[in-house]
Design a protein around this ligand. Structure first.
Ligand code: PMP
Length: 340
């Protein structure tokens, strides 16, 4: 019986979708885990639920309390969803460069939004550090206190993926999974899924699919945290080894530029009906690279993180794409074929 008692019970248990073109091109079976089908429409609902439940168990989050977080948006949406169900408030700190669609979504859900300039992590006004300070202040002032979700270094994030995402992938593939790959924002997904799957099968190959501007490709490929270039993708890219990545074995590293990622994302939409955001393009592009390295006949799983509509004003906006020197999907500029 598919009867749910509340929206939280709709988090997780997402399908695995076979990606036709990626599979055909490589002779492998490449599957995308459909995380966009979570009620908050992204992979971050799982982390949000586990972080809030963990804070409750520890007695840190009290009834009517406030959850504060610095986020590129999706974690904020997940936290606000969970908070609305459980009777908490959210204060979300977001870099102003993130898409308008995500900011609008946060506001309409009832989050209190604080937009801050996008500055590097080492700057004390970086959104993550700003949110940590704000949580301290609010914890003093708010009648029921406040917590800092701290998704980057709170390993309740990756626990969510060990206990749910990895377990689901193992079950859905009947244990027949040779590789897993995804990009890193906090590392919760990559860290948790890889730990969960490696516990079941030690020789599973774990890959990281890293956008430009992130330091992790160089770290896992050459042992040095080094970043180059930039990316329009949101929610991914990392300059350090977060607590969620500590102790995680990454076997293969691939650097994916925006053109490669967007072309994959546009093909997923136009050929397979999957309207995905840029990070899913990075993930599937990485899965194709990993499949080529492993050779035909392997089963590889990656993550379809969120919907492309969350980035409509960017990756589906010809003016924005042209300004960035990126490919424009043909159908966005097609002349109408139907006579007026
Ligand atoms: N894709 C998108 C769109 C995201 O918002 C995030 C979360 N920041 C990720 C991928 C990466 O997930 P994680 O934080 O688990 O590394």
């Amino acid at each position: 019986m598919n009867l749910k008692h509340n929206a939280l019970q709709c988090i997780g248990n997402t399908p695995l979708i076979r990606l036709t073109r990626a599979s055909q091109e490589t002779g492998c079976d490449i599957y995308g885990k459909a995380e966009f089908l979570n009620p908050g429409q992204s992979v971050k609902d799982r982390a949000a639920l586990f972080i809030i439940r963990d804070a409750e168990r520890r007695g840190l989050l009290k009834p009517g309390g406030v959850v504060v977080e610095g986020t590129a948006g999706n974690t904020g949406i997940g936290l606000t969803l969970v908070a609305n169900v459980l009777g908490y408030r959210t204060v979300i700190v977001i870099p102003e460069t993130q898409s308008q669609e995500k900011k609008d979504m946060l506001r309409l859900m009832g989050a209190e939004l604080v937009e801050v300039p996008a500055v590097p992590y080492k700057n004390p006004n970086n959104y993550v550090k700003y949110s940590a300070r704000l949580a301290e202040v609010l914890n003093e002032r708010e009648p029921n206190g406040a917590i800092w979700a701290n998704q980057f270094d709170n390993v309740a994030n990756r626990s969510g993926h060990i206990e749910t995402t990895a377990a689901e992938i193992w079950e859905q593939t009947g244990g027949k999974v040779d590789g897993f790959i995804c990009a890193v924002g906090t590392g919760g997904t990559l860290g948790g899924v890889s730990m969960g799957l490696k516990a079941k099968r030690e020789d599973i190959v774990i890959g990281i699919s890293d956008p430009l501007g992130s330091a992790l490709y160089h770290y896992y490929a050459h042992g040095e945290l080094k970043a180059e270039g930039s990316s329009i993708t949101e929610g991914i890219g990392q300059g350090r080894v977060t607590a969620n990545l500590e102790g995680v074995t990454v076997d293969r590293a691939y650097q994916i530029d925006d053109t490669e990622a967007l072309n994959v994302a546009y093909a997923l939409l136009s050929e397979e009906g999957l309207c995905m955001g840029g990070s899913s393009g990075v993930n599937v592009a990485g899965a194709i690279r990993l499949a080529r390295d492993l050779g035909p006949g392997h089963t590889i799983v990656t993550i379809l993180c969120d919907y492309g509509q969350r980035y409509q004003s960017k990756m589906f906006n010809p003016a924005f794409l042209r300004e960035k020197g990126l490919p424009v999907p043909g159908w966005l500029e097609r002349e109408p074929s139907v006579p007026e």
